[in-house]
Write a protein that binds this ligand. Structure first.
Ligand code: ZN
Ligand code: ZN
Length: 83
C-alpha cells in the first residue's frame, strides 16, 4: 500500500519542501535538518534533493498511511533512520 498521492502532496506542502527530521543523533546544523528537496526526485536515491515520505511509526508496528504518521525525509536522514 503506502501513502496516497494526496497524502504525499499534503505532507510535502506542510514540510515546505524541506526535510522534517529532528533526530538529535543526526547532528543537523539546526534542530531541524531543513535540507531543501526536489519534488520530482522522490525515491530517486542518487538525484539531487532526493527524499522520501517516511512512516513515523513503521507499518509493521501498526503505523498507518495517514498524514499524521508521515514525515518528509531527505535521503541522508532516511538512510540513517533505516540503519
Ligand atoms: Zn534530512
Ligand atoms: Zn536527520
Amino acid at each position: 500500500m503506502g501513502f496516497s498521492q494526496d497524502t504525499i502532496k499534503k505532507a510535502w506542502q506542510s514540510a515546505d519542501g524541506r526535510c522534517e527530521c529532528r533526530r538529535i543523533s543526526h547532528n543537523h546544523p539546526y534542530i531541524r535538518c531543513n535540507k531543501a528537496l526536489v519534488w520530482e526526485n522522490r525515491e530517486l536515491e542518487d538525484a539531487p534533493g532526493a527524499w522520501e515520505l517516511h512512516h513515523i511509526t513503521d507499518v509493521r508496528n501498526g503505523g498507518s498511511d495517514s498524514l499524521s504518521n508521515s514525515e518528509v525525509l531527505c535521503w541522508d536522514c532516511l538512510t540513517k533512520t533505516l540503519s
